[in-house]
Design a protein around this ligand. Structure first.
Ligand code: ATP
Ligand code: MG
Ligand code: MG
Ligand code: MG
Length: 438
């Protein structure tokens, strides 16, 4: 992508409305624009990041055996009356009427709809286990939308729903999602710690929140620092095998949100020098809720003995749009964002330090073509801004590799490459630059 043809409305001033760094940087880097309280338009740079995060989430759900579908954003109120949640949900639910005065709502979550789909087709234990997910916009009329996309009213969520014949099987489904979440967040360059959590309005009795530690987070958390260094399951983890050892390893070290924190146990189990009491950002949550929805909505399947039983369910959410902000909270410095490569909007940016100089232009064009030929997501700053402004913009938008092309280096056949994460610089030939990045 040529920057001269891209849409990157960078702001010079710090936006006053932004209270935390990720919100500030997303606005300054021209990633998104607020259209109403908690409702955002994703501009091209931000949209590229959102798509990369979404794709990692999708790949790890698929790897764990979940199946993608797509449910609508609008749902019938009557469906929610079946579970009793239409009245229980309260003012967070956006309620809408169509021209025939039928009551609809913009889905804040999809337990009811997926249960309706399930019960229409699945009648036997032989079709289980089943895990269905979608990545779809949700609406919750939050009392205090704030921190930009981290607490929006309209936001993108991945939500998966598992169906099993009994509790033991449902726990295996839960464990698969637990492991998939460990991998998902690690691939994005995040340390997201599974912590015991309250089940809230979803209901049920087993739940973990995945939390990124950050002072600006909205949840208070307590954990043993050992949990920060546990190994992430590898990409060939056997989801059909026994995952209980991995789960045990992660859940035997103390980690809990403040809602379920057990101070006595914490003090008993965690040595004083390993106690971490801080704040965190909830980027995902998994629930096992048993037969809560299948009882209410009559989602029954025939067991091996032919008798109909309500299925055991779980639901598993990831805050896809919140993750964009959470990653920035974890990866930035005073100059701007430092994207982990896996979610970066572009992998590399070429900075032409003397636009209009035939040799420099030629070297940039050649490098640009070669990186594209190797499928590198490359941005080429071919604008006529002065070098200082190009450096500042590149630091702000956080592209992992900056390639500086100027007349001095070129005279010696060299380009300068700067790694955004730690500022490390190296002088390399164009061939070496391509080999390093591609
Ligand atoms: P929170 O405690 O932050 O209000 P939640 O517990 O209500 O979140 P869940 O119902 O568990 O949210 O939804 C799954 C995921 O969706 C959350 O873990 C979070 O990452 C994301 N999410 C929830 N509410 C919002 C929101 N208002 N804006 C952006 N993401 C959200
Ligand atoms: Mg909430
Ligand atoms: Mg929560
Ligand atoms: Mg939650």
């Amino acid at each position: 992508m040529r920057l001269s043809r891209f849409f990157l409305p960078i702001l010079k001033e710090n936006p006053k409305e932004a209270e935390i760094v990720s919100h500030r940087l997303m606005l300054r880097a021209g990633m998104m624009r607020q259209e109403a309280a908690g409702i955002y338009a994703w501009l091209p740079l931000g949209f590229r990041v959102l798509k990369k995060i979404e794709q990692i989430v999708r790949e790890e759900q698929d790897r764990a055996g979940a199946l993608e579908l797509l449910m609508p954003t609008l749902q019938l109120a009557d469906l929610w009356r079946e579970s009793g949640r239409y009245d229980a949900y309260g003012p967070e639910m956006l309620r809408i009427a169509d021209r025939h005065k039928r009551e609809l709502l913009y889905g804040p979550t999809n337990e009811e709809m997926i249960t309706e789909i399930f019960r229409a087709y699945v009648k036997s234990y032989r079709n289980l286990p089943l895990n269905l997910y979608h990545i779809q916009w949700k609406f919750r009329d939050e009392q205090r939308p704030r921190f930009g996309v981290m607490r929006g009213r309209e936001f993108l969520m991945k939500d998966a729903y598992s169906f099993d014949i009994d509790e033991a099987a449902a726990r295996r489904s839960y464990n698969r999602m637990f492991v998939a979440y460990l991998r998902t967040f690690a691939r994005m360059g995040l340390k997201a710690i599974p912590m015991r959590a309250e089940t809230g309005p979803i209901g049920g009795d087993l739940s973990h929140e995945f939390i990124v530690l950050a002072e600006t987070g909205e949840s208070g958390v307590f954990c043993n620092s050992d949990v920060l260094n546990l190994p992430i399951p590898p990409d060939d983890v056997d989801y059909d095998g026994d995952l209980t050892d991995i789960i045990k390893q992660w859940t035997s070290v103390y980690a809990a949100t403040e809602d379920v924190h057990d101070a006595a146990r914490y003090e008993r189990e965690v040595p004083a020098d390993k106690r971490v009491n801080t704040r965190g950002i909830e980027v995902g949550q998994i629930f096992y809720f048993g037969t809560k929805y299948s009882d209410a909505m009559k989602a029954l399947v025939a067991g091996p003995d032919g008798v109909d039983v309500p299925i055991h369910g779980g639901s598993y959410g990831v805050g896809v749009s919140r993750l964009v902000g959470a990653i920035i909270e974890a990866c930035h410095d005073d100059a701007g964002i430092k994207w982990p490569e896996a979610v970066a909007p572009f992998t590399a940016v070429i900075l032409n330090l003397k636009q209009g100089d035939a040799a420099v232009d030629g070297a940039c064009e050649k490098l640009y073509r070669e990186l594209q030929a190797k499928d590198v997501d490359v941005l080429y700053d071919d604008t006529d801004q002065r070098a200082g402004a190009k450096f500042a913009a590149a630091d702000l938008i956080g592209i992992p590799w900056q390639i500086l092309v100027g007349p001095k280096g070129l005279a010696e056949g060299k380009l300068e490459i700067k790694r955004r994460s730690d500022g490390a610089r190296e002088n390399l030939s164009p061939v070496e630059v391509v080999a390093k990045i591609a």
